[in-house]
Design a binder for this molecule. Structure first.
Ligand SMILES: Nc1nc2c(ncn2[C@@H]2O[C@H](COP(=O)(O)OP(=O)(O)OP(=O)(O)O)[C@@H](O)[C@H]2O)c(=O)[nH]1
Ligand SMILES: [Mg+2]
Ligand SMILES: [Zn+2]
Length: 349
């Protein structure tokens, strides 16, 4: 969080009635704050709670499912007496993925209203990757906005915008030069008071540059990309939440190399609802939309109303999702089994 921290109120960092209402379930002495950064050592809070800005988190919070751990954007309650994390309030939304290192669910951000899905108008632009982000964002009931950056370096902006439009009419597209604070009016609509915005996208696409331009200050470090392949250098290394002069808060994240869906069956359904609707019309219930007779999906591809690329994308995400769901279930079953084994071998006294 940027300076002047002590003056910050709950409302400044996005407090809403849905959080206020939950307080009734907890002791009155417990006080709310928002998690604005997560470090190994603990959580950074805004506003500080009875002087606590850095809150150590006990190991018990890391024993349960990843979904139950506090993450950036969470509203938590602090017990001032024990100076410890007492509760995580129920979230209005959650962005998660499969961690490429652990293979388990990893939380990216909680209580987000709008996600700026950022890609630059160069080699980074990839519809299938944008569809991954969109699937997760839409399923979490977060407003997506696709932000195309580096318009000033791009010779064929209309081509990129036309391609982005194929993502669906529900997805606003904003094309910007992220280095120019005066060119970001199009984003202002999502940045007002009470709004929480997350930035998603690969390394080097200009997420931190956008944060700085929206803040009107060089708060976040930015670094030039490799010219030969348009790839960034993973300049931002941890997630942090910043107060915008427009009234909202914005979360900068490290660029993600991979964004695998955690429960794709549900997640991809929203973005590809049109394909599901067509599939309902297929002659056979178990139609694979390949060469079956009476396939409404193939018919839509043939008459040009459905883009075959989207069908392929949807099928790939569903396959990947089934695989991830199965491996998470297996991992958790193994962990439970291991827990039992350890217990069974404990010497009795
Ligand atoms: N010309 C131009 N340069 C841009 C634009 N957006 C970003 N850049 C430059 O691209 C480089 C990478 O930008 P960053 O903001 O560091 O990218 P990032 O997405 O935060 O990258 P990570 O932190 O690694 O995830 C910097 O040199 C920026 O100045 C833009 O719209 N136009
Ligand atoms: Mg960055
Ligand atoms: Zn079919």
């Amino acid at each position: 969080m940027t300076d002047g921290d002590t003056e910050i109120t709950l409302l400044d960092v996005g407090w809403k009635p849905v959080f206020q209402q939950q307080l009734i379930d907890y002791p009155e002495a417990w006080l709310p704050a928002r998690v604005v950064a997560v470090q190994r050592s603990g959580l950074t809070l805004a506003p500080p709670v009875s002087g606590i800005r850095e809150l150590p988190v006990g190991g018990k919070w890391f024993l349960g499912a990843p979904e139950e751990r506090p993450t950036v954007g969470d509203w938590i309650l602090v017990d001032p007496e024990s100076q410890s994390l007492a509760a995580v309030l129920e979230r209005t939304s959650l962005i998660k993925r499969i961690s490429p290192s652990s293979g388990d669910v990893q939380l990216i951000a909680a209580n987000i209203d709008t996600a700026f899905i950022v890609t630059s108008c160069n080699d980074d632009f990839n519809l299938a990757r944008l569809e991954r982000y969109l699937s997760v964002v839409l399923a979490a009931e977060i407003q997506p906005v696709v932000v195309l950056t580096k318009t000033d370096l791009c010779a064929d902006l209309d081509g990129f915008i036309d391609e982005a439009r194929t993502l669906g009419s529900a997805v606003p597209i904003e094309a910007v030069n992220a280095t120019d604070p005066l060119a970001l009016d199009g984003l202002a609509a999502w940045c007002g008071a009470g709004q929480s915005i997350a930035l998603l996208g690969s390394s080097g696409v200009g997420k931190s540059t956008l944060v700085n331009s929206l803040l009107g200050a060089e708060i976040q470090l930015t670094k030039a990309i490799r010219e030969d392949d348009s790839k960034g250098r993973h300049t931002t290394t941890h997630r942090s939440l910043h107060l915008l002069p427009q009234g909202g808060v914005i979360l900068d994240s490290p660029g993600m190399r991979e964004f695998q869906l955690a429960d794709a069956t549900e997640e991809a359904g929203e973005l590809f609802a049109d394909i599901d609707a067509l599939a309902e019309l297929c002659k056979f219930n178990d139609c694979a939309h390949a060469s079956e007779p009476g396939c409404a999906v193939q018919a839509a591809i043939a008459d040009g109303s459905l883009d075959e690329r989207r069908l392929k994308s949807y099928e790939k995400l569903k396959r990947e999702g089934r695989f991830n769901e199965a491996s998470i279930a297996e991992r958790r079953a193994r962990a439970r089994q291991f827990g039992k084994m350890v217990k069974a071998h404990k010497p009795t006294r």
